[in-house]
Design a protein around this ligand. Structure first.
Ligand code: ZN
Length: 255
C-alpha cells in the first residue's frame, strides 16, 4: 500500500483545500478496498450530495473526510439537521476518515466508520454561524470520535503502518449485526453497552463490572427505570451475535 499522495496531480491548483480534495480522492481510489467485500471502490462521477465512493460489487457507499496532522477527537462535518435526518435513512453512507501529514503529504491514519455506528449521541451540534457570516444562522455538526466504540473505528492504516487486509474485512463483518438492530434508539443502547465494555479495557469481564456503569446509563436514559435489565438484554444480544461469549455465571469474554 502506497502512503503518499500523488502531488503531480495538483500543480495547477491555487487553492490548497481543492488540491487536498483531489489528492485524497485519488489516493482512496487507488489504495482503498471496500471493507464489506474487498473489491475496489469507485468515485461517483457526478457529485452526489453525501457519498463520494461506492463499491460496484456490493453497492456499499462511503463518504470521505480528511484532516491534516493529528486525528483529534472530532471530525468536522456539514449541516446538523441533514445529518440527524441521515441517521434514520437507509442510504446513509459509511465514513472514510483520512488523516495525513501536511509536510510530507503522507497518510498517517485511515479509518472506516461503518454507517451502523451513527446514532444521535455521536453527533455534536455546533453553534449557529454569526449574523455577519455569509450563511448566518447555519448550524453545522461534529462527529465525536471518542463516543464511537473501538469496534466502530476500523483502521486500514494506524500511525503510518498499514493493517492486514484480512483483519479489516473481518473487523467489518464483526459488527454488521448492528444493521439488523432496527431504529437508532435500540441501536443506541447496544452501542452504549459496547462503549462500557471498551472502558473496562479487557477481554474478560463480569456482569457486576458492567453494572458499575448503571448511574451513567441512567443519566443518559432517564426514561428507563430498569437499567440493569436493559444491560443484560444488550449483553444477551451481543452474545447471540457472536460479539462476546458467556463463560460462567456473570462472566463474559469478548470474541
Ligand atoms: Zn463491496
Amino acid at each position: 500500500m502506497l502512503l503518499n499522495f500523488n502531488t503531480t496531480l495538483v500543480t495547477q491548483y491555487k487553492s490548497q483545500s481543492q488540491a487536498i480534495r483531489v489528492m485524497t480522492e485519488d489516493w482512496v481510489k487507488n489504495e482503498i478496498f471496500c471493507p464489506n467485500c474487498g473489491s475496489v471502490v469507485k468515485d461517483f462521477e457526478n457529485n452526489k450530495p453525501v457519498a463520494d465512493f461506492y463499491c460496484e460489487n456490493c453497492r456499499e457507499e462511503y463518504e470521505l473526510k480528511s484532516k491534516k496532522n493529528d486525528m483529534g477527537k472530532k471530525i468536522v462535518d456539514g449541516d446538523y439537521g441533514k445529518m440527524i435526518e441521515r441517521l434514520n435513512s437507509t442510504n446513509n453512507p459509511s465514513f472514510f476518515f483520512l488523516n495525513y501529514d501536511l509536510r510530507t503529504y503522507k497518510v498517517q491514519n485511515f479509518v472506516v466508520i461503518p454507517k451502523h455506528f451513527f446514532v444521535p449521541e455521536i453527533i455534536e451540534k455546533r453553534k449557529p454561524l454569526s449574523e455577519n457570516a455569509r450563511r448566518a444562522g447555519w448550524i453545522g455538526c461534529n462527529i465525536l470520535l471518542q463516543s464511537i466504540p473501538q469496534s466502530g473505528k476500523i483502521f486500514y492504516i494506524k500511525n503510518g503502518t498499514p493493517e492486514n487486509k484480512g483483519d479489516v474485512l473481518k473487523n467489518w463483518q464483526k459488527t454488521l449485526f448492528l444493521r439488523e438492530s432496527g431504529n437508532v434508539d435500540l441501536r443506541g443502547w447496544i452501542l452504549d453497552v459496547m462503549n462500557c465494555i471498551d472502558k473496562l479495557n479487557k477481554k474478560d469481564f463480569t456482569l457486576d463490572e458492567i453494572y458499575g456503569f448503571e448511574n451513567i446509563l441512567s443519566e443518559k436514559h432517564p426514561e428507563n427505570k430498569h437499567v440493569k435489565d436493559k444491560i443484560r438484554q444488550q449483553l444477551q444480544f451481543l452474545r447471540d451475535k457472536g460479539y462476546l461469549k458467556f463463560l460462567d455465571r456473570g462472566k463474559y469474554k469478548l470474541t
